[in-house]
Write a protein that binds this ligand. Structure first.
Ligand code: URA
Length: 206
């Protein structure tokens, strides 16, 4: 087991080179029991990078980020905010699905600090290659990995944050939180607030 993925990041990286190198990453134990590394996707010249937590069950099986239920909420929020899919690079903080097997089901588990640290060089390399105008962190895992452990999404969501990572940086809730809303009314309110947070970034980009 390597300390972090840093030694695997190719020199003069491009997105295809990064994807290829990350496909065989064993920098933390999460690769065991997963189908594949789920690397980021989108144009190398994307204006915006959106960073989630980690692939879920569907993403692990299909090999693409945000293709499951949370991905549907993300797509809905992006559309409402006027963010076209082809101007966004979508990725995750951790590139393997962490889960606990319960019978035939695979229950999502939060990645821990060591797993996040091990995987971070991939995300840093994606940011360096894409050099987006705007970075949006979805949920506490992405926000704390990129903006610091003291970042609180509940307090700072939808605000513009000072960071060297991109000219415009912001964080909002993870779209899976919308799915956990107790009833349809709250779900709609969460959806609207999520879209509004994304609109802040769209408007800042001009
Ligand atoms: N949740 C995430 O954070 N990322 C995905 O790719 C899917 C669900």
């Amino acid at each position: 087991m390597t300390e972090t993925a840093a030694v695997l990041v190719p020199e003069a990286p491009t997105l295809p080179k990064l994807r290829e190198a990350a496909a065989v990453c064993k920098a933390c134990p999460l690769w065991e029991g997963t189908t594949q590394t789920v690397f980021g996707e989108g144009p190398a010249k994307a204006r915006v990078i959106i960073v989630g937590e980690q692939p879920g069950d569907r993403e692990d099986r299909e090999g693409h980020p945000f293709v499951g239920p949370a991905g549907r909420e993300l797509a809905r929020g992006m559309e409402a905010a006027g963010l076209a899919r082809d101007e966004v690079y979508i990725t995750n903080t951790v590139k393997h699905f962490k889960y606990k097997a319960r019978g035939k089901r695979r229950i999502h588990q939060k990645p821990d600090a060591a797993e996040i640290r091990a995987c971070l060089p991939w995300l840093q390399a994606e940011l360096e290659v894409v050099r987006p105008q705007a970075l949006v962190c979805l949920g506490a895992t992405a926000a704390q990995a990129l903006l610091g452990r003291s970042f609180r999404v509940t307090r700072e969501r939808g605000t513009l944050v000072e960071s060297e990572l991109a000219p415009i940086v912001s964080a909002t809730i993870h779209p899976s939180a919308i799915l956990r809303a107790p009833d349809e009314r709250e779900r709609q309110a969460e959806r609207e607030a999520f879209a509004q947070d994304l609109r802040v970034v769209v408007e800042a980009m001009g």
